[in-house]
Design a protein around this ligand. Structure first.
Ligand SMILES: [Zn+2]
Length: 366
């Protein structure tokens, strides 16, 4: 966050968690404490906003592995004999109960090393997120991960979604691509038929792995075009700019069945900008995004965790008032105070003072 250069590329390049971890000068002063965030979350639900609760929704920015709840992680970990714990510095802390695992989700620090008096007692987002991968082994596990999300999506009236997943995060652990995609495909079909939740997946390449590995996984994705619609980038962006992956994106752009949905590489081709809330601070960027007709996904709760509310929401309002297409989404809800698309919409509506007829809410309608 806090990019100060005028080069558009980094601003178009990633989601907050990619940006956060690359940033060396964050300020968490003025952001809500964990307790205050839970109070806000509860307060939003108490409003019983029928409009936001009931509207059909589209979820365009959600990492499937970021929907792994403590309950499901516990269940799969026990089933597969995977120890449940988190590495912290040089030590490893094993969780003995589901409650301990659950409470660890509250200890995930929004920004490594910043904003906490006892940072060593907290876990980084990436530690929590990637450790969660380890419980996912069989096709059935991936099916359950996806179904767990689709069932929740149905309760929120999400009618269409494009969840991301990180295939390399699984293959590098020795889990083949096939069981991953088989489980996800099965869940996708079942969700469509029994829950009326339509979905297409997008794969994210891990920035900390090689371009060759990205290309290999792109080839695998081509064989699963019935379920995969797009590609993007995930993980730590530090010293790993999107330009490193130019070759795979160029191939994808040339391919009519794979959309380049997530981030921009090179001079052209962005169809969508994920997060990028800082763009609102620069008029020329706002104008450029508007003029190019680029849609944006914004996941407010990812910012609520580490920025003051009065810095986040005016920026969303600015983008909306400039006529930019903004879709409100949820990113990694299981790791972000259990805040899903409905919570993200509620907080945006309240803080930006949107009415029921405002387009930022309407754009989520299918
Ligand atoms: Zn994201």
């Amino acid at each position: 966050m806090g990019h100060s250069n005028s080069n558009i590329e980094p601003l178009l390049a990633g989601s907050p968690r990619h940006v956060i971890h690359a940033c060396q000068t964050p300020s968490s002063r003025g952001s809500l404490s964990y307790t205050d965030r839970l109070v806000l979350r509860q307060d939003l639900l108490h409003e019983k906003d029928a409009f936001v609760t009931n509207i059909p929704k589209v979820e365009l920015h959600l990492h499937l592995e970021g929907t792994l709840t403590a309950e499901l992680r516990w269940k799969l970990g026990k089933k597969n004999g995977v120890p449940l714990g988190l590495k912290r510095g040089g030590t490893y802390k094993e969780f003995e109960t589901l409650e301990q695992l659950k409470s660890s989700y509250a200890l995930i620090q929004p920004r490594p090393g910043h904003g906490f008096d006892h940072a060593e007692e907290r876990f980084t987002f990436f530690e929590a997120y990637y450790t969660g991968f380890e419980v996912l082994i069989t096709s059935q596990d991936f099916y359950e991960l996806a179904m767990n999300y689709f069932e929740r999506a149905a309760t929120m009236n999400v009618r269409y979604c494009e969840p991301f997943f990180d295939p390399q995060g699984h293959t590098r652990r020795g889990v083949a691509f096939e069981p991953v995609i088989d489980g996800l495909r099965r869940a996708q079909i079942e969700a469509r038929e029994s829950l009326h939740v339509e979905s297409k997946y997008a794969i994210c390449f891990l920035r900390d792995m090689s371009q060759e590995s990205a290309m290999e996984h792109y080839e695998l994705a081509l064989q699963a075009r019935d379920v995969i619609i797009g590609i993007g980038l995930d993980s730590n962006e530090y010293r790993r700019p999107p330009s490193l992956f130019e070759a795979v994106f160029t191939r994808a752009r040339a391919h009519e069945h794979i959309r380049h949905v997530v981030s921009r590489v090179g001079g052209t081709g962005a169809e969508r900008l994920d997060h990028g809330l800082n763009d609102a601070e620069k008029t020329e960027l706002v104008d450029l995004i508007h003029d190019k007709g680029i849609g944006m996904t914004v996941c407010p709760w990812a910012y609520v965790r580490h920025e003051p509310l009065d810095e986040i929401f005016p920026r969303i309002r600015t983008l909306y008032d400039a006529g930019i297409k903004v879709a409100i989404n949820s990113d990694d809800p299981a790791y972000m105070d259990d805040s899903w698309i409905t919570h993200n919409l509620l907080v945006t509506k309240r803080m930006c003072q949107f009415g029921d007829g405002d387009g930022v809410l309407d754009t989520t309608c299918h």
